[in-house]
Design a protein around this ligand. Structure first.
Ligand code: SF4
Length: 366
């Protein structure tokens, strides 16, 4: 999707991930993670293609075993965005993933094992010319291994998360490996923001932002928007992933909405609709949901509608006024509505045709 004119404040090193870059002056990119079983080739490829249509720019898949790892080459050949292998516990899965041609590997220093294993992963990534993300999660810190949860204050957590990330960074950099991205995720805003802010003050490594296990669609989107948003307004963050217990396509959308609201990326139209009230005699909710489904699942429509303001209003009391300030829109009557373009009433359109009319208008716009 498009990039707005706003720049990022923090200068980070640039890391290439397939045809995308993270860091440097690259726009903040949007990532997601499949929730399919990576061993199921068809389900995984289908989901990634749907996410590509929704604007996902980098996709990560879980690699729980060798069967999943051996599918990665076929997955990669069937998709057009960079593929990231998510590795926990077994370094050999990272080696096989790289052999299969993935564009990036994510390792968790809390569970990948000793330095020799990390060294081997670094060696194959260097030969393949791909980066490594060091993904530190508050819940799986090395310092907590086999220990009860400590009575730490949020800043103690943040300090430990940053320490473990920097320890791993040092290991990689001592091996002369610098294509590194770091993430520091907790399941709450306070620790996530503290850890990323602290890390940003110590390193030029690009940061992948996210609040991990953020929750259900509404609660998780609010939590992620605040956590990721706070960091981005401080100029911290180079790529984002919104984690929700929800269709990954909605995670992609939520990520773009955060970036769009901060003026960092363009993504589809600005859809204005009224909350409806007792005057309304059309189904505004149904029209808006259908419109969103059509636009946000079609890369071309997303691109063509970028920056457009489109209004769907329930009645003629406030409707025409709102619709007039939009590029175009419709204000309801009974089962029909007044179609308005650039402030002028153009025609009357039946309610059943509103969605198609909006789509036609987007497609025909220059
Ligand atoms: S535009 Fe009309 S239907 Fe919608 S909230 Fe306002 S008064 Fe109610």
């Amino acid at each position: 999707m498009g990039c707005s004119s706003h720049g990022k404040l923090r200068k980070t090193r640039k890391v290439k991930v397939g045809r995308f870059s993270i860091g440097g002056s690259s726009p903040v990119s949007v990532q997601s993670m499949c929730n399919t079983d990576t061993r199921d080739l068809k389900a995984t490829v289908d989901q990634i293609r749907r996410l590509e249509e929704a604007g996902c720019e980098i996709i990560r898949v879980a690699v729980p075993d060798m069967e999943a790892a051996s599918n990665l080459g076929r997955i990669k050949r069937a998709i057009s965005i960079p593929l990231v292998a998510d590795i926990h516990f077994d370094w050999r899965l990272a080696i096989e993933s790289v052999r299969q041609g993935v564009d990036k590997v994510r390792i968790n220093p809390g569970n990948i094992g000793d330095r020799d294993k990390v060294k081997e992963v670094v060696g194959v990534c260097r030969s393949a010319g791909i980066p490594i993300r060091i993904g530190v999660n508050a819940g799986s810190l090395k310092a907590l291994k086999d220990k009860p949860r400590p009575a730490w204050k949020p800043f103690d957590w943040a300090r430990q998360m940053v320490k473990e990330a920097l320890d791993e960074v040092r290991t990689l950099e001592r091996l002369n490996f610098r294509d590194i991205v770091v993430s520091l995720k907790a399941d709450d805003i306070e620790r996530t923001v503290m850890a990323n802010t602290l890390f940003a003050s110590k390193s030029d490594i690009p940061l992948h932002l996210g609040v991990t296990e953020a929750g259900s669609f509404l609660a998780g989107t609010v939590k992620s928007s605040l956590g990721i948003g706070l960091l981005l307004t401080r100029g911290i963050g180079d790529t984002v992933r919104v984690s929700l217990t929800e269709d990954p396509a909605m995670q992609v959308r939520a990520a773009y909405e955060i970036l769009k609201s901060l003026g960092l990326r363009l993504y589809g139209p600005d859809l204005v609709s009224c909350p409806t009230c007792g005057r309304c005699q059309v189904n505004v909710g149904k029209v808006i949901h259908e419109l969103e489904d059509r636009i946000y699942s079609d890369r071309n429509l997303l691109k063509q509608s970028e920056g457009m303001k489109i209004a769907v209003m329930g009645c003629v009391v406030n409707g025409p006024g709102e619709a007039r300030s939009a590029d175009f829109g419709v204000a309801g009557g009974k089962g029909r509505g007044i179609w308005i373009e650039k402030g002028k009433q153009i025609k009357v359109v039946k309610e059943s045709e509103w969605v198609n009319e909006v789509i036609r208008k987007i497609r025909s716009a220059k």
